[in-house]
Design a binder for this molecule. Sequence first.
Ligand code: TYD
Ligand code: MG
Length: 454
Amino acid sequence: MAKSNSFSCNACGASFNKWSGRCDACGAWNTIVEEAPLSAGPASKSLGARRGAPIRLTDLATEEAPPPRTNSGISELDRVLGGGLVPSSAILVGGDPGIGKSTLLLQAAARFAQAGLKTIYVSGEEASAQVRMRAQRLGLADAPVQLAAATNLRDILTTLEAEKPQLAVIDSIQTMWADNVESAPGSVSQVRAAAHELTTFAKTRNMSVILVGHVTKDGQIAGPRVVEHMVDTVLYFEGERGHQFRILRAVKNRFGPADEIGVFEMTGGGLAEVMNPSALFLSERGQPSPGSVVFAGVEGTRPLLVEFQALVAPSPHSQPRRSVVGWDGGRLAMILAVLEARCGIPFTGLDVYLNVAGGMKVTEPAADLAVAAALLSAREDAALPAETVIFGEISLSGALRPVSQTENRLKEAQKLGFTAAIAPAGGKPGADSGLTLTRMGDLTAFVGEVFGAG
Ligand code: TYD
Ligand code: MG
């Protein structure tokens, strides 16, 4: 039989029939590895050769009660899950090594156990004593969680079969080893096989499973990407080194809204919930300074204020620098182009740095106007009034497009002591938020109003 697709990328899981230095699918270097074929045997014969069992069919009208969810009591986590943990669900928690995944999941396991779920925490990375010590440090030593330090998937499944827990945490999927797959733990085929075994086990045994997956930049081990399609919910745990706070972000959720975020702070006693993240993200803001603009954003269902900071300076290079942290570089280029083409404000010969304060990542196009304002403010060396928030999407024509949840954004701004807002014209009028709201139809009007005659 012709062998095909026997190479795959450790970063994104794409398959190829020959090796190459760079993955065509995700662009990563040195991540393509040869895959051992799945254990030979029945698989080599066509499935049609032997008859399977008939499957029971149902119609769409069959009544299905909403799943009974369990709340951990960590509200930032429960909200990101879509309102608690759904029975028999499979969840992937991905993140950089050292970001706090094990800490978060040990805390979550303890709280779910205290809420009445029979919970097993399997660590493939640390010895039970280490996990126990961490639990003590987190003040969770009394939680009824059962621990195991194991990596052999067959043993783990046998144990889960016998113990019948309602929740199992597997930390991490890259350390699991399925003895029916030939390649090394952490390889694409191992990670895929282990995730498949664990998720199907969870579905059929009424157990929820949380898989921890390390995101790896060097591609030495397979990343969580390989597993994303197998699970119901994909959460990423993000944060910047040197910053205390961490964001748990739902990027896929079959049982709730995606894009929802939970905000945590890493403290000496583990992860603490941040109930008012806007206050946290704005806490380092000092006197109004050129280039600083507060954006009234929305993450999932929750409004979130963040500060954009821009620096614009004459460039010593022939190719001026464009450097962005926390925002999309392509989007920045677009806004610079619109400012030049529609408002006649060029950035040629100028280095541009744009940063979201605190290390937050913003993906909403609604931040366009705040970014434009930060760039102009930096370029003109003129600070904007400190009590003003800004939001709105910019189109290529220079028009400002209304964005969703205006009311929510304004309410949050008012709660944090802002007195004025600049937003696009059109859209819903919105209830009176107590803020002085200025609505504008296009970027030229905005430039004229805020920075004089542009
Ligand atoms: P960890 O949960 O082990 O990260 P991951 O599982 O994602 O690799 O967290 C590691 C970091 O968290 C470590 O550098 C120490 C820090 N930490 C605290 O600051 N406070 C705590 O209470 C704990 C348990 C960890
Ligand atoms: Mg860990």
